[in-house]
Design a protein around this ligand. Structure first.
Ligand code: GP9
Ligand code: MN
Length: 427
């Protein structure tokens, strides 16, 4: 009830980080193009296989200062069983996914105060998700209405003929190609979420799409992982070229993120070959890094930013870039560009990382030496409790549908899901 939401509100207000004046409002009114890199782990960045870069295009965005991207190399996914759906939820609501199942499925009709809804209400943004799979996967066609997403371009908008599909659905190259005319026609400013699909377990690829040889660990999924990553990288380059050609690149905020791991710990033997290191519990946690990169027009890229951070931090960061104070909203993350950004990254199981130490499966480790900390300090123990408390509060919001009882400010209007209807026949 309303007492519970007051406790949550007190917590998120206490965690809140003030915006950084250098960034606040710098992206206001700009189109936002958010690009989902399916199953993409950060170890792929700069990784060389057979003496070749696997993802030369993404590597260029990371290293070439003139591209003006900022790449967070200590950014982690925080997903659980909801996988992609968890990543979507966490990034668009700054709430954690649930410890079990997928909130998209089980809490799909909850009240949300999401990034697309806030942008729509406060700055007249039009929002859309583009994804070459059936609309009901992960209950998207229901939950998107509650997130206030205006348009959902699902598989029915794309040419799903045999040569265009593999594995779960549309291949990334035709996906980006066919999305371009829709994107060009969208009312501006827009918040467009482009969700790729080909780089998904078990990493199937047609011969004509494979431009790098598989790895040679003998574990098929791991071996092909590099081939579909290369295909994704090429599809991105093609998309960037098209955006540039259509004049949509320069003046847009471009955000790129990885949703979750692609190689589970069932593949540790092969991953030991790939990384040249033993996959200990700590190493496995280290491998949960996914890319987060962002370019904001008129803002100089920082190159590589080492801040420890996670998907939960994305929504407050975006709000501040657009000049909307995150303080009013219930958010468990903090602005990545804030001086006061909270440098701890909770994982869904209560493990967490900070810049100095991590807590993994019951043990504390020093981030530099990788050694077990035999006598953790009181501060470390307190942080462990705080992480659990934070996750519990977030769960209360979802289980109790508590945002029903919360009014962020006088501008806010609850999202009315019945106002949204998806499908070609209604466009
Ligand atoms: C399906 C796609 C994959 O539409 O988002 O979901 P995942 O299996 O990665 O959660
Ligand atoms: Mn996924």
């Amino acid at each position: 009830d309303s007492d519970d939401i007051t406790e949550v509100e007190n917590y998120t207000k206490y965690k809140y980080a003030e915006p950084n004046a250098e960034y606040f409002g710098k992206g206001k009114g700009k189109n936002i193009i958010k690009i989902h890199l399916e199953s993409f782990q950060s170890f792929l960045i700069d990784y060389e296989l057979h003496g070749e870069e696997v993802t030369p295009f993404l590597n260029k965005l990371v290293h070439d200062q003139s591209e003006d991207f900022t790449y967070f190399d200590n950014f982690f996914h925080q997903t659980e069983q909801g996988k992609t759906a968890d990543a979507e939820l966490i990034m668009d609501t700054s709430l954690y996914g649930l410890p079990q199942g997928s909130a998209f499925v089980t809490k799909g009709t909850n009240t949300y105060q999401s990034l697309p809804a806030i942008l729509g209400q406060q700055q007249d943004y039009t929002s859309a998700v583009f994804h070459g799979d059936n609309k009901s996967f992960w209950n998207r066609d229901e939950v998107y209405k509650h997130l206030g997403i205006d348009k959902f371009y699902d598989a029915s908008y794309y040419d799903m003929s045999e040569e265009n599909i593999i594995n779960y659905g549309l291949k990334d190259k035709p996906f980006f190609k066919e999305s371009m005319p829709i994107l060009e026609d969208m009312e501006q400013p827009f918040y467009a979420h482009m969700m790729t699909l080909t780089h998904h377990h078990p990493y199937l690829i047609d011969e004509e799409d494979a431009s790098i040889d598989p790895a040679e660990t003998g574990d098929g999924s791991v071996d092909r992982y590099f081939q579909t990553a290369r295909y994704l990288d090429e599809s991105l380059e093609q998309f960037f070229n098209d955006l540039k050609e259509k004049g949509l690149y320069e003046d847009s905020i471009i955000m790129i993120y990885g949703d979750h791991y692609g190689i589970s710990d069932n593949h540790n033997r092969a991953m030991e070959e790939i990384t040249g290191e033993e996959i200990t519990p700590l190493k496995n946690a280290d491998l949960q890094r996914v890319p987060f990169m962002i370019k904001v027009p008129g803002v100089e890229g920082q190159g590589i930013n080492h801040e420890y951070s996670g998907q939960i931090d994305v929504m407050p960061t975006m709000l501040h870039l657009l000049g909307i104070d995150a303080r009013d909203y219930i958010q468990f993350g903090t602005d990545l560009f804030s001086e006061d950004h909270k440098e701890y990254v909770p994982f869904r199981n209560g493990n967490f990382m900070t810049d100095e130490y991590s807590y993994i499966d019951g043990k504390f480790y020093d981030s530099k030496t990788k050694e077990v900390i035999e006598e953790p300090t009181e501060e470390m123990q307190k942080m462990k409790e705080e992480v659990l408390h934070e996750l519990e509060l977030s769960d209360e919001v979802l289980y109790g549908d508590l945002l029903r009882f919360y009014t962020p400010n006088e501008d806010w209007e609850p999202v009315d899901a019945t106002e949204y209807i998806y499908g070609k026949e209604y466009d």
